[in-house]
Design a protein around this ligand. Structure first.
Ligand code: CP
Ligand code: NVA
Length: 308
């Protein structure tokens, strides 16, 4: 169903394709042993990192190895890309040697250029606009914890950038209501909101934007936050802290505005005492470690389905 597909944003996946991945992931998570190690034998994944990563890098590498494949991990700064070789030429070289590429970049446009120039599938390992693998894993984690998807309410508190955007696209396709509480100027992109609203019409869910996290958190099934200072925004640290704190910190008080069985989610890395308190991150409602574990299972699913 997904053979050869690029994973640049979740908007390129239909509701059926997303459900297909979730079901496959559920099966794969339970599977182990020799047959698993045969799945991608003889296949090679190349990963390119322009910016740092812990979870994405390790989970993709472990996933590929557990499926019997090989991995080449490359730092952008050590490739001729850093000396001006074009992305288009790099894409042509990559497809001569490997079967699939994961890239983490500072500009989403770089991924589009790689995808346009290479015949092999390109997976977005995070750009400034989207983080589709994270959102897929998050939706899988929600399904696992709640046993359902349709009709749940996910409250996003904080910066409406890459992770938030990918969640908007995935949730709206699958029927999860999403309410985003963010300061003025830190909203998700207009295009993403529009795509999300159109998807939501079809799935019978809704996407809303508010300023007040307390209003957003009311009756939430899931409360999710991410850093206020995303990769590349370090220079804005002071200014952002003034804008986001203390109002947009997920505290125990905010969490308790959600439903009794509310879960707390964070893509990690977390900054305790900034976007979330210790109490919430390490508390009983937090599923952040399960989320991180599921990155491994969803990457395995993506790799095995895309490589056929
Ligand atoms: N959540 C996530 O993508 O983590 P890394 O930046 O460590 O890969
Ligand atoms: N929004 C964060 C996500 C990290 C996984 C960033 O872009 O750094």
């Amino acid at each position: 169903m997904l053979e050869g597909k690029d994973v640049l944003t979740l908007q390129n996946f239909s509701t059926d394709e997303l459900w297909f991945l979730l079901q496959k992931c559920k099966q794969l998570k339970r599977r182990e042993g020799r047959s698993l190690r045969q799945l991608l034998r003889g296949k090679t994944l190349a990963m390119i990192f322009e910016i740092p990563s812990t979870r994405t890098r390790i989970s993709f590498e472990a996933a590929m190895k557990q499926l019997g494949g090989d991995v080449i991990t490359l730092e952008w700064k050590n490739l001729q890309l850093s000396r001006g070789e074009s992305l288009e030429d790099t894409a042509k070289i990559l497809e001569l040697y490997v079967d699939i590429v994961v890239a983490r970049v500072t500009k989403h446009e770089y991924l589009q250029r790689l995808a346009n120039s290479a015949e092999i599938p390109i997976i977005n390992g995070m750009s400034e606009r989207f983080h589709p693998c994270q959102a897929l894993s998050d939706i899988f984690s929600i399904w696992e914890k709640k046993g359902e998807i349709q009709g749940l309410k996910l409250t996003w508190v904080g910066d409406g950038n890459n992770v938030c955007s990918s969640l908007i696209l995935g949730c709206s396709r699958l029927g999860i209501d999403m309410i985003v509480a963010c300061p003025k100027g830190y909203e998700p992109e207009e295009t993403v909101l529009q795509w999300g609203k159109n998807n939501a019409k079809e799935s019978g869910s809704k996407i809303e934007l508010v300023r007040d996290p307390k209003i957003a958190a009311r009756d939430a099934d899931i409360i999710y936050t991410d850093t206020f200072i995303s990769t590349g925004m370090e220079k804005e640290k002071r200014e952002r802290e003034k804008i986001f704190l203390p109002r947009y910190q997920v505290t125990q008080h905010i969490l308790e505005l959600g439903k009794k069985d509310v879960i707390f989610m964070h893509c990690l890395p977390a900054h305790r005492g900034e976007e979330v308190t210790h109490e919430v991150l390490d508390g009983p409602s937090s599923i952040v470690w399960d989320q991180a574990e599921n990155r491994l299972h969803t990457q395995k699913t993506l790799l095995s389905e895309i490589l056929g």
